[in-house]
Design a binder for this molecule. Sequence first.
Ligand code: PLP
Length: 375
Amino acid sequence: MARSYFRPNVEAMTGYVPGEQPAAGAKVVKLNTNENPYPPSPEVIEAARRAADETLRLYPDPTARCLREAASRAYGFPAEWIVAGNGSDELLAMLVRACVSEGEPVAYPVPTYSLYRTLVRAQGARAVEIPWAEGYGIPEGLASAGARLVFLCRPNAPTGTMVPADAVRALARSLDCVLCVDEAYVDFADSEDDTCLELVREFDNVVVLRTLSKSFSLAGARVGLGFAKPALVNELLKVKDSYNLNRMSLAVGTAALDDIDHMRENAARIRKTRARLAERLAELGFDVLPSQANFVFARIGHPTRREPQGRSRGRTKARELYEALKARGILVRYFDQEDVREGLRITVGADAEVDALLDALNDIHHQDTKSAKND
Ligand SMILES: *Cc1c(COP(=O)(O)O)cnc(C)c1O
């Protein structure tokens, strides 16, 4: 047999599976990838227009200075404490590259963002996946896993749950490695100052990641930010792509950070819709986890149809429901993964989108009761 061209760990792994992106113009209610239903700031659109000129023949600033200075103004950290990424996904990859050698352990509580596992496998490192403690708290074994890097997603995806900042502080203190606090969704938390950003001043080993993809409505621009002490930032800079953010992204990211109030207003609207969505879903019989993010995780609580009890029931129901919604033009996220296949992750869309989802769920529910009666 021919020798493989690829590293064994790469051959053995599956790639990250992003949520489906329907073709442009397709008529769907898209509640599957946690995008923001509201447009970015008008300043952002203006900045994009201004950036679309003949200067595109020039390379972008490899240090992303204008963006980092805008982040400095917005968050109150010196620009030297900030690293920019082509989305925070790239910052996650930089962390694995900079901190973890082949075969070394990377630990994180699960279920969580599945990209962590993909990055660890691609590196040939070892994923130490520890189930969340009761009530989605930090699990005991996390601090003692001997990891070279720990990921903590806060609020967590796909559950929407959030560990208290004090618990993160205690974890940071007990770790002898870098702790990455992934705050991709923190702008949607009920309390605006419930963040781990300040831990960066206290600890040499903490990096906090933010993204403009969700709360700033810029998923298409790919802008992520990492906050850490300069010594940590400098190691990350060594392993980044030289021109990781393009000129358009730098321009729109800078404009978005300079109009942070626009983001805050949208986040407040989404919080309101989230409360309504969670309440209605609970009325429909779903078991909804308390969410601090722009999505909710709804588990199939009370089956609407009499079915044989069995381990696969939740799985079948969640997948069936996902398919039934899709047939009605509504996309939500179903993960065919051991620990989350009993539920659906539903992005908090605009009010009209959420209404369309609720109508479809009602419709499916009525059809189910009808066919159960006819059995
Ligand atoms: C969306 C997301 C990110 C990264 O998003 P980018 O678009 O790459 O900035 C990181 N972590 C979590 C948990 C996410 O959901």
